[in-house]
Write a protein that binds this ligand. Sequence first.
Ligand code: CS2
Length: 494
Amino acid sequence: MGPSSTRLGLATLDRLPRSVRRPAYDRSRVTPGMVHLGLGAFHRAHQAVVIDDCLAAGAASWGIVGASLRSPDTRDALAPQDHLYTVAVRAAEGTEHRVIGALLDSVVARENPAALVERMADPAIRIVSLTVTEKGYCHTPQTGDLDERHPDVVHDLNNFDAPRSAPGFIVAALARRRAMGALPFTVMCCDNLAANGHTVQRIVTQFAALRSRDLGKWIADNAAFPSTMVDRIVPETTDGDRDAVANALGSRDAWPVMTEPFTQWVVEDRFTAGRPDLAAAGVELVTDVKPFELMKLRLLNASHSALAYLGYLSGYETIADTMRDPHFARLAAQVMEDAAVTLTMPAGTDLAAYRASLLERFANPALHHRTWQIAMDGSQKLPQRLLGAMQDRLARGLPIATHALAVAGWMRYVSGLDEQGRAIDVRDPLAAEFAALAREAGPVAERLAPALLGVQTVFGPLGSEPRLREAVTTALACLYRDGARRAVETLVSA
Ligand code: CS2
């Protein structure tokens, strides 16, 4: 029998090598206090690690019940191992392994939606947190309003007690709590949306009001939706990662998560029904998250997307590969520099140090973060990452060539053909619409750029701004003429 023929679980915890950190509390005494919607790798490498620290500090009533909205994969992987899993923290110097015990149970919403509503309605649950990705909110990215025609919203309004969407679950569970005379839970969004708490509050109250005006008002008056800034780079786990973790543990973990040493969580301190002592676990509690959120979206996520589209087109598989090309490292720095002037930070924030740390994090050679993974769902990401900063720069009469090249990179990417004429596997809720526009326009910047800029849900009125149209069209023409590597080189050498 090989070392990895045993499975990670409560029964094997004691047998793990001493180098592997494990839950420092009596897990049998932990009870659920949070439901988390969107049980992906990011949640497990970020919020769940903080909660694990809270549990170690004695907050035994704050365990997590995780819900996957659709896929049973995470539950199927974790249930046989008592929901224990490994976080592998990777740096150039080596990897540290930690087994997390904060996740107590998991459910698959699609299999039994009513059961999830029931769990969320339980007054012991005081926080419902979310990482359902940008597209999981069924909203229009440009405006931040609920998309009332979204098929999941239409479905949920007709099947109120058996919803499909994240807003649908929240509204159904809050309605149940209101009927029981219980306090609402706090809704804590941990996705990269602009003003994420406020945006989710608007989406949820709009949804609730479609159901009943009183319910909408009760939620608006009573539920808290703190905004948060969450940050940790968490690439998708590969089979190679699973093997590496099995070797380190001496037992098999069906779904470990890979991440970097850095982690940050800034949260607005507004909770209706209590919260664990997050500050003691390293969370920054503030009254206004907005500046931190914008800083992260416009510096980290914007340069990430620029590297992803232009790096992918240049044939780079990972962000670290892309960063090894000095022109791309300068591109990332330039996106950040151009965005930084649009930010107003609280006194004491060291933006220069923050930017330098981002460049280092992107270059981490031990993380295999695929450009393709970050390129996903651009229609949901562009507004808060790139377009807001472009709008602010235009308002000040500043040039936007760097951001325009990133947007042009996205355009060429979603056209579906790479520089060698091979198909790109474009994943985006609007992929079909983009492909149709690209087919009609052909690989001609003067036609493709205006066609895509006309997609209202992404660009809104900004798409018809003459300076923006010109900058993006010029950048796209340069991409078609010279290719992404040369275009980046020309930009950063100017
Ligand atoms: C990335 C983010 O996939 C993406 O779009 O930009 O997931 C990024 O890694 C995280 O926001 C880092 O905190």
